[in-house]
Design a protein around this ligand. Structure first.
Ligand code: R5P
Length: 292
């Protein structure tokens, strides 16, 4: 292992140089993968825009019923036209998502804590690879806790899921969790996102931060930005816009969609930014016009 001391602080991210080794495939870092992996990644990342709108509704796996998701069966269908990917648990998918829907599936595969715990960082792999295959998952989502008590076990979960995914051609979504004690700095996110990509994650969900372009440049897998707690619609659209402008290949939003007074209009406005190059201002105007 390299000596931690004496590392040079300054780094050159070559922000003006596009990612090399792309080989004609539109998903960053996926050029050398097999056809099945690429096909699933192309289900997630629209080949035209290169980007994705993921809708996270997996909150129930540790929070139970949250506001806006009391009835998954009613909350999800109106949003479908505006989404590329559904990120949920196998229980929610089987019970509440119409199987004929043509959206990509990001299957949450780890669990182990609940909101009653002080430390949420201890999870296990909860879904067998066979069940991910049965559900036709396009990727398997693994929560990781870098710098937290559960770091070792979460990286073990990630590595085991990467190994299983590689056997059957299912990509891995590495999810960066931010514990109470972690700062939301570019230093932390550069560390966490790079670790996940190097351990084999094919896409990484993380938070937006200062110097986000450097976080993106240093991560050899596409980054999707997490929504986080509910913001005003205007601020959430600015978050989406800044993320895409900073090099994210999409957003994975939950509360900022399903807790909006107009979830479908919000999802549609986000899709305008992600796929149609709308600015945040244009998207907010679109949102207001569609809710008049
Ligand atoms: C976070 O990493 C978990 O997957 C959450 O359950 C969910 O995805 C969070 O979504 P949001 O913060 O946008 O509500």
């Amino acid at each position: 292992m390299a000596d931690k001391d004496g590392l040079k602080a300054e780094k050159n991210y070559h922000l003006d140089v596009p990612f090399a080794n792309q080989g004609g495939f539109h998903v960053k870092g996926a050029n050398s993968l097999d056809w099945g992996m690429k096909h699933r990644l192309a289900n997630i990342f629209n080949p035209k825009s290169g980007n994705t709108v993921m809708f996270a509704f997996d909150h129930g796996y540790f929070m139970g019923s949250v506001s806006g998701l009391e009835r998954l069966d009613l909350a999800i269908p109106p949003l479908l036209p505006h989404l590329d990917v559904l990120m949920g648990t196998r229980g929610a998918l089987r019970a509440c998502v119409p199987p004929e829907c043509r959206k990509a599936i990001a299957l949450r595969t780890t669990s182990g804590s609940s909101m009653l715990d002080d430390d949420l960082s201890h999870e296990v792999i909860a879904v067998d690879i066979e069940d991910a295959i049965r559900l036709n998952a396009d990727c398997m989502a693994v929560q990781t806790f870098i710098g937290a008590d559960g770091q070792l076990s979460s990286l073990d979960n990630l590595s085991k899921t990467v190994n299983a995914g590689l056997r059957y051609g299912i990509p891995i979504l590495g999810v960066v969790a931010v514990g109470k004690q972690m700062e939301r700095t570019d230093r932390f996110f550069k560390l966490a996102t790079r670790m996940l990509a190097e351990l084999g994650a094919n896409l990484v969900k993380t938070y937006y931060c200062d110097n986000f372009e450097e976080v993106v440049a240093a991560c050899p897998a596409p980054i999707v930005v997490a929504g986080g707690k509910k913001l005003s619609e205007e601020d959430a659209l600015s978050l989406a816009y800044n993320s895409i402008r900073g090099g994210a290949r999409g957003v994975d939003m939950g509360r900022n969609i399903f807790q909006s007074a107009h979830p479908a209009a919000m999802a549609a406005a986000i899709a305008r930014i992600v796929h149609e190059k709308f600015t945040d201002k244009e998207a907010y105007q679109f949102f207001k016009d569609s809710t008049k």
